[in-house]
Design a protein around this ligand. Structure first.
Ligand SMILES: [Zn+2]
Length: 505
């Protein structure tokens, strides 16, 4: 690289870091809003965050970035695709183009509309009053379509929305895959429903919050979360956020009569955090310094939460520790019963409470509704009934109201319609593929987990997935790591084997 190119590259990185700094400062405000901010801080905080969002947008769409990207393109083209600078220019251009294709006035109007819709939803949900939020949701649908049309040339109108969360994925790839998954899951759900049910009463004794927090923290640490580079705090809806290489935050919540709530949300967010903490420091503050897609991110949270944290081997090691911490609550429950309790499967109404088997059916329903809404096949006015009909069809349950129906998830009321749900199920599918690849490289991993040793798996994930940040797309990563594309087989095999054993199918 000549000195002129070097100078341009450094200037590009400096400008990208500046945009990232503003966004990270906003992330601190957002984290505080969800953890420690007193209620009376809300209105000023919303304004402060909007101000920073505007500055971050300005910095990220500065025409100087576009010029530098153009000037650096010949240099990037001269490099092999997996070179860091080639990846930097490629990924920075992708996000620059995505942000600049959407007019600033539209982005601001959409953000304002979403904020209003969110407060309407916050009233409509407890009041079980979909009609209150219906006109706003109609406008959201309209604006989601407008957003998609800033990216002409798509195959399906949902594609630009899917692409912004799961780059490189499309309705044509996901639709048939989800349909196949739904068809193959249905008999398993049915068989579980007809089998002897699992007793999970051990999870619902009284577990004092302080003791849950102490147990959870030691667990999170053992899994590899570095408290020198992060913190864990309490919130209503757990999430992970990153401010810098050395500062990744996780949040959790505790329910004193549901041990699984805090335990598994802590492990879930730890999975997200291990991904971000594992990204190579040389990418810090650039567009490469983040997980590559919603689906891959969710694959990591789900891998740790379910494949590790809900495995028999994991509890072989941890159950004695749990019984030492909670002797009264666990008295008379053996490890096998406890293992079954944390894996209880049952068709239910609420996505976030769903087990591993039925969870995807919740996601597939939402994904299908999004496509139908965007295509104009389904009107917003008919959405509540369509929701119920699909629950009856897929899960055999019907919510008594819209509160636990179409109003249950914040996503459509806090963002666009389209592209916001598929990542959850893509993550489940990919988690099994990645884990199968890890086992192939290190067949000793299950034995290690049984002894409380997580470093073999963690190191493999860091070397093969985490360190690369956004350098490779989800599809490229799957090819590199598993030797093939997105595939259902490992996931279905995992579910059939695990739940076949638990339910004696
Ligand atoms: Zn997650």
């Amino acid at each position: 690289m000549d000195s002129n190119t070097q100078q341009k590259r450094d200037e590009l990185v400096a400008r990208l870091r500046k945009a990232n700094d503003i966004a990270s400062a906003n992330a601190v405000l957002s984290w505080d809003q969800s953890t420690y901010m007193p209620p009376a801080g809300a209105s000023a905080r919303a304004r402060q965050m909007a101000t920073l969002e505007g500055l971050a947008h300005e910095a990220a769409t500065d025409p100087a970035i576009g010029r530098l990207l153009d000037e650096l393109q010949p240099y990037a083209d001269s490099l092999p695709p997996d070179d860091d600078d080639a990846a930097l220019v490629r990924v920075a251009r992708r996000s620059y183009e995505r942000r600049t294709k959407v007019p600033a006035e539209f982005a601001a109007a959409f953000a304002g509309h979403v904020a209003e819709t969110f407060s309407l939803w916050a009233q409509a949900r407890p009041a079980n009053d979909f009609r209150r939020v219906q006109p706003a949701l109609e406008k959201t649908l309209d604006m989601s379509r407008q957003y998609a049309n800033f990216f002409p040339g798509y195959q399906h109108i949902a594609d630009p929305l899917i692409d912004s969360a799961d780059y490189g994925m499309s309705a044509a790839q996901i639709g048939p895959l989800f349909e196949d998954l739904r068809r193959q899951l249905s008999p398993l759900v049915k068989a579980i429903g007809q089998a002897q049910q699992v007793d999970d009463s051990v999870l619902h004794h009284r577990y004092p919050e302080a003791q849950q927090a102490a147990f959870g923290e030691s667990l999170v640490k053992a899994l590899g979360f570095d408290f020198e580079r992060g913190r864990q705090d309490k919130t209503h809806h757990p999430f992970m956020t990153k401010f810098a290489w050395g500062d990744v935050r996780i949040t959790t919540r505790y329910n004193e009569t549901d041990l699984g709530d805090g335990l598994f949300s802590s492990i879930h967010e730890t999975g997200h955090a291990l991904y971000e903490l594992g990204i190579d420091r040389k990418y810090e503050g650039t567009p490469l310094d983040t997980g590559t897609s919603a689906g891959v991110h969710e694959s990591q949270s789900r891998l740790w939460e379910n494949i590790v944290g809900r495995s028999a081997g994991f509890w072989e090691y941890y159950y004695p520790k749990l019984t030492a911490a909670f002797p009264e609550q666990t008295a008379g429950t053996d490890v096998e019963t406890f293992y079954k309790a944390v894996n209880r499967a049952q068709p239910s109404l609420i996505r976030t409470d769903a087990d591993e088997v039925t969870y995807n059916l919740h996601v597939i329903i939402r994904f299908g509704l999004e496509l139908d809404l965007l295509e104009g096949k389904l009107a917003v006015a008919d959405l509540p009934e369509a929701w119920h009909a699909r629950y009856v069809e897929s899960l055999g349950v019907r919510a008594p109201d819209d509160r636990d129906g179409v109003l249950q998830d914040v996503h459509w009321y806090g963002g666009p319609i389209g592209g916001v749900f598929q990542g959850y199920t893509l993550g489940n599918i990919m988690a099994s593929q990645f884990y199968a690849a890890a086992l192939k490289a290190h067949p000793e991993i299950p034995g290690d987990i049984r002894q409380g040793k997580f470093s073999t798996l963690h190191t493999w994930l860091r070397e093969n997935i985490y360190q690369h940040g956004s350098k490779y797309t989800a599809n490229e990563l799957l090819e590199r790591v598993t030797g093939g594309p997105l595939a259902l087989v490992p996931y279905l095999e995992y579910l059939r084997k695990k739940y076949g054993e638990i339910y004696g199918l």
